[in-house]
Every structure is written in C-alpha cells, then in structure tokens.
Design a protein around this ligand. Structure first.
Ligand code: XIL
Length: 367
C-alpha cells in the first residue's frame, strides 16, 4: 500500500510539524513557512489518509448533550455503540428484543454518512441477568444455552443486516497466556462456541465483516499469538472470519507498545483485516505536560501502526473526552483518557493524531 511507505518516509517529520503543515508555496527549506492551521477534523483527514477514524458513542450523552452530539457528527467517520448493542441492552428479558437505542445510533450514523461497527455479540460481561441466573440455577441447560446464543446472534445481526459494516462477534475470549478464558460460554458449550458464533453471524449477514476483538493484543506476545492462531484455525475449518480487532486500551504510565506495527503486519500478511477498535490512553491523574505528551505518543503509536499496515481499516477511540469515558469508573485514580479535554478542547494527543493523518494524506496525494 502506498500509504505505508509514504508514512514511513515522513514519520520522523511528524514530531516537529505539530499543529501546522507547510503551505504549498513553501518551495525551499529556507523559505519561511507561514503556518497553515489544520482545519479538517480527524474523520476528514482519515478519509484523505484512507482509514476510518471512529469513536465509541455514549447514547445518553448523544441524546442530552448537544456539543457532544455535534462533535460525534463532525469529527468521526465511524461509530461504535459503547453499550447499546450489548446483550444486556438488546435482550432485557427472555424472548424480548429491544433495539431502540441501537436503531437510534444507526439512524444518526446514516444521517451523518458514518460507518457503524457492531459491538458485541458474544462476551462474558454485560449479559442479561435472566441468562446468567438461568445458567447458574440450571434452568438453562447447555443445549438450551446454545440455542439461545444462536437465536441472539441471528436476531441481532439479522436486525442490522446491511447497516452494520463490521461485527465484533466474539469479545475477550482469551487469557493473557493465550489459553481460552473460562466464561459461561466456554464452560457450558466448550471452545466450539467461537466457530458457531462466527458461522451464525455470517449466516445472518453475509456482507458484514466479522472480527475477533480483544485487549492486550497490541504487541507480539502470547495473547496476540493466540488470537492470530484462533482466526487462522477458524479459517482452516471453513469458518468465515475477516479480522482481528485490537482494542488499544493503553496507559500513559507504561511504555507504548513497541511491536505493534510488526504485530499488525503479521496479521495482515496472514490475510486478516485489522482495526484498532477501542483506542484510549489513560493517565494517572493529575495531568501534566509530561503525561499529556506520553498520552499523545500512545495515540500516535496506535494510529501510525494502522496507517502503516495494509488492510488496517481504521482507529476507533473509546470515547473522545475524559468526561465520557469508562476509565475513571474502572481504573482507580486514572482518567483524562480522551483526545479532547472536558471542554472539548484539543489536547496534545488530538494534535498528534491530526499531524500524522495530514502527513499520511499528503504522502498519499503525492504518490
Ligand atoms: C465498557 C463501556 O465503556 C462501559 O460504559 C461499560 O460500563 C462497560 O464496558 N472492552 C470492551 C468494551 O470491549 O465493551 C468495554 O466497554 C471496555 C473494555
């Protein structure tokens, strides 16, 4: 892909260009550049660079906060429901389907010409209590559970057929050491539930791209080895699987993943799509100039790995302001994980993403 080589060539320049790009009339290096502010959004720049730039969407905020809603519409070319396509939301009681909130997001996306990533069909979290308690008290047998899972996937994927471009079919099924996570799915159905889930999803919408999605898949290691082996094994069994979703939940207190590009490349070389599906870089509060820079570096590493990898479709951030983020509720003392601050102002991370997107787009234009 042309973008890859071109980005590599200009990657070093990214650090110094910061918020500005040289205008076309800066003919020689000695000409004094009059900086031109980057006015395009992440999504618009992503279009030019050939990738989607998306966000997870908090439906409560979308409904109640006009600034948030306007920014989701203007800044991004892809949306993922943060919660409203999860089983707990779409299946509140046994035999009851509720796609109202998810339908609202899909309509919003259509009105704003955005792609929709569906998240997620099979996970061990945010399951409806009728299901977990039924399994726990034995009133739902393994055979019944398999039928329930099949129906859930057929119902949900079928409902959104043609409207959801990609599904995270199975989410977080692996442990850090690459073994299968012990969930109700593994315990009740055995590891075959993964192949079944992909098969049913493909049956319900043959046009949707189907992903295995997980965290801590950024670097080469036991877990990403296992994810790649999993999708390869599925494919060799004739199961339809398109790609691997690398969640991309990072912390500014840790080194950015050094082997992410190599990792995405091997997935791509093996014939799989990749996406950064839930990128964020949390900070141990309070923020300061140093940790904001480290955060920017984390975001840049995620973006650049995608830009540099054939068949990487895009970067989705898991919320774009610190106010609308899962981080403070889960990681004690941490937050400010988004690229914008609580007042929707750009942080260094936002400018870093824009700079690298501009460089990728310019390189592409030049090819
Ligand atoms: C999180 C949401 O952001 C929270 O609002 C919710 O309470 C819990 O789930 N990995 C995933 C996402 O795949 O679905 C999770 O989203 C974050 C971690």
């Amino acid at each position: 892909m042309q973008v890859s080589r071109a980005v590599a060539a200009v990657a070093g320049a990214a650090a110094v260009l910061c918020l500005f790009v040289l205008p076309a009339d800066a003919e020689t290096p000695s000409a004094k550049p009059s900086p031109v502010p980057i006015t395009q959004t992440l999504g618009q720049l992503g279009d030019r660079a050939g990738i989607f730039v998306g966000t997870a969407v908090d439906m409560t905020a979308l409904d109640n906060e006009p600034t948030y809603r306007a920014r989701v519409a203007s800044e991004f070319t892809s949306v993922t429901p943060e919660n409203v396509m999860k089983w707990q939301q779409v299946g509140p009681a046994r035999g009851v389907l509720d796609f109202a909130a998810a339908d609202e997001l899909v309509s919003f996306a259509q009105a704003n010409h955005q792609r929709v990533r569906g998240h997620t069909l099979v996970w061990h979290n945010q399951l409806p209590s009728w299901l977990t308690s039924g399994v726990a008290d034995g009133s739902i047998t393994p055979d019944q559970l398999r039928d329930i899972l099949r129906q859930h996937i057929l119902d949900e994927v079928g409902h959104f057929k043609g409207k959801v471009a990609q599904w995270d079919v199975v989410n977080e099924a692996l442990n850090e050491d690459g073994t299968f996570r012990s969930t109700i799915w593994l315990q009740q159905l055995g590891p075959g539930y993964i192949a079944d889930a992909f098969t049913w999803a493909h049956q319900a919408d043959p046009g949707a791209k189907l992903f295995y999605n997980d965290f801590n898949l950024e670097s080469v290691g036991a877990k990403s080895d296992a994810a790649l082996k999993l999708v390869q094994d599925l494919r060799s069994q004739g199961v339809h699987v398109d790609g691997i979703g690398i969640q991309g939940h990072l912390g500014a207190q840790f080194p950015a993943p050094g082997t992410i590009q190599e990792n995405l490349k091997r997935m791509s070389d093996a014939g799989f799509l990749t996406e950064i599906t839930e990128g964020d870089v949390r900070i141990v509060l309070p923020t300061d100039a140093t940790n904001l820079e480290a955060q920017a570096e984390g975001y840049r590493v995620l973006l650049d790995a995608c830009l540099l990898t054939r068949r990487c479709g895009g970067l989705t951030v898991w919320g774009f302001t610190g106010l609308h983020s899962w981080v403070p509720g889960v990681f004690n003392g941490q937050g400010a994980a988004g690229v914008l601050d609580a007042n929707f102002n750009a942080k260094p991370a936002y400018n870093a993403l824009r700079t690298d997107l501009v460089l990728a787009a310019r390189s592409r234009d030049d090819d």
